[in-house]
Design a protein around this ligand. Structure first.
Ligand code: HEC
Length: 300
């Protein structure tokens, strides 16, 4: 008696051939072998070339890469440190906002994240916002509201350049997403100012910073020990200030951060139950098919 094999059916008894044997690379006709080999070589070569070009176009490899810092929000299930966001906002407001805008943040975004609604209302009211026109066609100023966006330090980029030796302070709303290294980079940049090495001179009005591409940055060192006094009494060392403002900037660039990780946790817990269940059901339903053996009995 000889077994007939269905496509995909694998038998272990002797005298039979596997479907895999039939279709393997070695049994292909010559022209197909050549075509397949060429395709493989071209794909691998193309990928290799693309990788090499990518490396060589990254010509800015002369700057120092930031180390990876152990952020408290770095873990897959860790939330942002909201006390740190609150201090970071204070740093932004008292230091960075003199030069940097954050035009995509509104005061209402802080409610429930770092401040209470009443606190944010008080903060917003300190700002004078131009509104209007009123019924006589005049623009007027009024105290800020929750729905107002953060005030900008300069009316336009040209004015910002004039005030900063020609360098444009970028908007900080999404800065940690806009730079390689994210908050590690911003932290290193803020704390990394130092004397230029021997033989290196930086132009008047620029400052030496090994983390900045090109090493000469138009921003004067913005923070130092005790640059401000925290309202919660935390000692305002340089690294503490930099850490807090980076946490704040991470939240600004990714306000959904905590929600995202909470969803991830739910998903993991849900699939921990569902996947074994599905696997069991699949085995159950397929057991009939999997244990079936087809035989051909030739007519006598
Ligand atoms: C006195 C004005 C001033 C203050 C205050 C200031 N900056 Fe800047 N900042 C600048 C300027 C100007 C640039 C652009 C530098 C350049 O392109 O050479 C800049 C650039 C930056 C950059 C971008 C660097 C890059 O990779 O392009 C970051 C990030 C930054 N500042 C963060 C901060 C933070 C955080 C604070 C507050 C702690 C701050 N700055 C305070 C003027 C300032």
């Amino acid at each position: 008696m000889r077994h007939l094999l269905l496509p995909g059916y694998r038998s272990s008894s002797e005298g039979q051939f596997h479907k895999d044997d039939e279709r393997s690379y070695y049994n292909l006709p010559r022209n197909k072998k050549v075509a397949l080999t060429t395709l493989g070589v071209v794909t691998a070569g193309g990928a290799g070339l693309a990788l090499m070009l990518h490396q060589s176009v990254k010509a800015s490899d002369l700057e120092l890469h930031p180390p990876q810092y152990p952020w408290s929000h770095a873990g897959p299930l860790s939330s942002l440190d909201h006390a740190s966001i609150r201090r970071g906002y204070q740093v932004y407001k008292q230091v960075c906002s003199a030069c940097h805008s954050m035009e995509y943040l509104a005061f209402r975004n802080l409610v429930g994240v770092s401040h209470t609604e009443a606190e944010v209302k008080t903060i917003a009211e300190e700002v004078e916002v131009v509104d209007g026109p009123d019924e006589s066609g005049e623009m007027f100023t009024r105290p800020g509201k929750l729905s107002d966006y953060f005030p900008k330090p300069y009316p336009n980029p040209e004015a910002a350049r004039v005030a900063n030796n020609g360098a444009l302070p970028p908007d900080l709303s999404y800065i940690v997403n806009a730079r390689h290294g994210g908050e590690d980079y911003v932290f290193s940049l803020l704390t990394g100012y130092c004397e230029p090495p021997a033989g290196v001179t930086v132009r008047e009005g620029l400052y030496y910073n090994p983390y900045f591409p090109g090493q000469a940055i138009g921003m004067a060192p913005p923070i130092y020990n005790e640059v401000l006094e925290y309202e919660d009494g935390t000692p305002a060392t340089m690294s503490q200030v930099a850490k807090d403002v980076c946490t704040f900037l991470r939240w600004a660039a990714e306000p959904e951060h905590d929600q995202r990780k909470r969803m991830g946790l739910k998903l993991l817990m849900g699939s921990a139950i569902l996947i074994p269940l599905l696997y069991y059901m699949k085995r159950h339903r397929w057991s009939v098919m999997k244990s079936r053996k087809m035989a051909y009995r030739p007519p006598k």
